[in-house]
Design a binder for this molecule. Structure first.
Ligand SMILES: NC(=O)c1ccc[n+]([C@@H]2O[C@H](COP(=O)([O-])OP(=O)(O)OC[C@H]3O[C@@H](n4cnc5c(N)ncnc54)[C@H](O)[C@@H]3O)[C@@H](O)[C@H]2O)c1
Length: 269
């Protein structure tokens, strides 16, 4: 028995990184995967790769920051497959120029903040709002969000990104509380640094060396490491898990904050 046999799974941001690794893994475990992504061609490539490997997949061009696209994603899935078992809200707002400017608090720009929230928070909240009535009809459903370790504390950069993920956590838990008794679960994954195209774009070998000082594993995580947790949360194995925010971060959040200072004092890497 495969872990997602017969489950209809929507994954946003499925054309790259964590979303793509999850799409491939979900399909290998018997799920039918709706590969939703703002990049139509890349979404199609993801779906075709899954089909070529013997899985079930469908590509959909969806901008999760667009309300009509979200409605189309949910309606089309229900009309084609009759239900939604898993909604994995994984897409993130991408704008390199805005990301650079968002690192200076005194230049804080509400335009960047609202654009980030529209995709990272509202994209997930509205998709959930539209999917939940269909899940309620069947009394079951798993909603998963990719949040971030950045949501768990103050930072000196990425003000809009970090706050958007903190808001996302709140909605994940509010949905869990509101619909848990009716069979719908809602959980978040908080990845640490993960070697996706998004991360590889802004990190250097020097930054990776700095990451290694705060990680408590001997490597930086791969998209498949996050997908493994998403698979657990999507499957019925996690039926007693609701409203949780799971760090999958190489142990970076398990220590006192100054561990890297202590390591340096001890002459360790
Ligand atoms: N990589 C990391 O180190 C890391 C760490 C913490 C959290 N995360 C989170 O993981 C999730 C996935 O990130 P990733 O690193 O795999 O990124 P990625 O860039 O590899 O993939 C993101 C995908 O989202 C798509 N996308 C962008 N805007 C979209 C929109 N408006 N509508 C639909 N699709 C859209 C992109 O086309 C891309 O295919 C994000 O929510 C991110 O915040 C990543």
């Amino acid at each position: 028995m495969q872990r997602l046999s017969d489950k209809i799974c929507i994954i946003t941001g499925a054309a790259s990184g964590i979303g793509l690794a999850s799409a491939k893994l979900f399909a290998r475990e018997g799920g039918t995967v709706i590969c939703a992504d703002i990049r139509a061609e890349a979404a199609e490539e993801a779906a075709q790769a899954i089909i070529a490997a013997g899985g079930e997949a469908r590509a959909m061009r969806v901008d999760v920051g667009n309300d009509d696209d979200l409605a189309g994603m949910i309606d089309q899935t229900v009309s084609d497959f009759g239900r939604i078992d898993v909604l994995f809200n994984n897409a993130l707002f991408v704008n390199n120029e805005m990301a650079m400017r968002d690192g200076d608090f005194l230049a804080f720009d509400p335009k960047i903040f609202f654009a980030t929230l529209k995709v990272n928070v509202l994209g997930a909240v509205l998709a959930s709002k539209l999917a939940i009535p269909h899940m309620l009809e069947r009394g079951t459903g798993s909603i998963i969000a990719t949040s971030s370790g950045s949501s768990m504390g103050g930072d000196v950069t990425a003000y809009s990104y970090g706050s958007s993920k903190a808001a996302l956590n709140w909605f994940v838990q509010a949905i869990a509380a509101t619909y848990g008794k009716q069979g719908i679960r809602s959980n978040a994954i908080l990845p640490g640094p993960t070697q996706t195209p998004a991360k590889l774009q802004w990190t250097t070998p020097e930054m990776d060396a700095a990451f290694m000082k705060v990680l408590n594993v001997p490597f930086i995580g791969e998209p498949e490491d996050i997908a493994a947790m998403a698979l657990f949360l999507a499957s019925d194995e996690s039926r007693y898990v609701n409203g949780m925010l799971y760090p999958v971060d190489g142990g970076q959040s398990c220590t006192v904050p100054f561990v890297s200072v202590t390591r340096t004092m001890k002459g360790e890497q």
